[in-house]
Write a protein that binds this ligand. Structure first.
Ligand code: 13P
Length: 235
């Protein structure tokens, strides 16, 4: 069983989601499918085949934080998953590991599984810092004394939307560092997803890599045929 999560970012519409849910209801798979959609669509009911998730959560429980959505609000409409610390949040909204950890904590307190993203920029990669960034990302973004499920996503920031992926060896090394860090934190067995430029052609090879429990798919998760092929090819 692999986890196939889609991140729609700020794309799609309720109509697109209805069409996607319809197509996914026909898919027979052992894999767990999660679609993380914009806030305006998260009230869409999850089905047996697909769980609906969010893409962000406030680090605050309530109060004067205009524009933010709390964990309790997400839980109230049945949200089961939320992406935290996606590279676009880190890049455009200055989210640090400390903020990401607070967000993950809020998710857990409300019974929502955080999908915690870590990954290096091209500059960090060139400077040979990839493994340090990933290790610190996990150590600092995962809350202490986790009570509930978490998922980690390794998203090399330079490969997102770029149509290129790291080599299988690079992915294996990154996932091993994440697995070892999680083990040190007492979180053995936490699923680790790979995410960046996944498509129906490369998914089978990538999920076959050790310590890769599934994928977090961006652009390709908006295209019905392509996303269905990704789910099928990941078996
Ligand atoms: P792409 O699959 O479009 O590269 O995006 C990856 C991503 O950011 C998933 O969260």
């Amino acid at each position: 069983m692999k986890i196939i999560a889609g991140n729609w970012k700020m794309n799609g519409s309720r109509a697109t989601l209805t069409a996607m849910m319809g197509a996914l209801s026909e898919v027979k798979t052992e894999n767990k499918v999660i679609l993380c959609v914009p806030f305006t669509m998260i009230d869409t009911e999850s089905s047996n085949n697909v769980q609906i998730g969010a893409q962000d959560i406030s680090s605050h429980a309530r109060g004067a934080y205009t524009g933010e959505v709390s964990g309790a609000m997400l839980a109230e409409i049945g949200t089961k998953y939320v992406i935290v610390g996606h590279s676009e949040r880190r890049m455009y909204h200055d989210e640090t590991n400390d903020i990401v950890r607070e967000k993950a904590k809020m998710a857990l307190e409300n019974g929502i599984t955080p999908i915690i993203c870590v990954g290096e920029t091209m500059e960090e990669k060139r400077a040979g810092k990839t493994l340090d960034i990933i290790e610190a990302g996990v150590r600092e973004s995962v809350p202490e004394d986790v009570d509930g499920d978490i998922i980690i996503a390794y998203e090399p920031r330079w490969a997102i939307g770029a149509g290129v992926t790291p080599t299988a060896e690079e992915i294996a090394t990154a996932h091993k560092v994440i697995a070892d860090t999680l083990s040190y934190m007492g979180l053995d067995g936490t699923p680790i997803l790979y995410g960046a430029s996944i498509n129906s052609e490369n998914v089978a090879d990538i999920v076959a890599i050790k310590n890769v429990y599934g994928v977090l798919v961006g652009g390709a998760s908006l295209k019905i045929d392509e996303f269905v092929s990704i789910i099928n090819n990941a078996n």
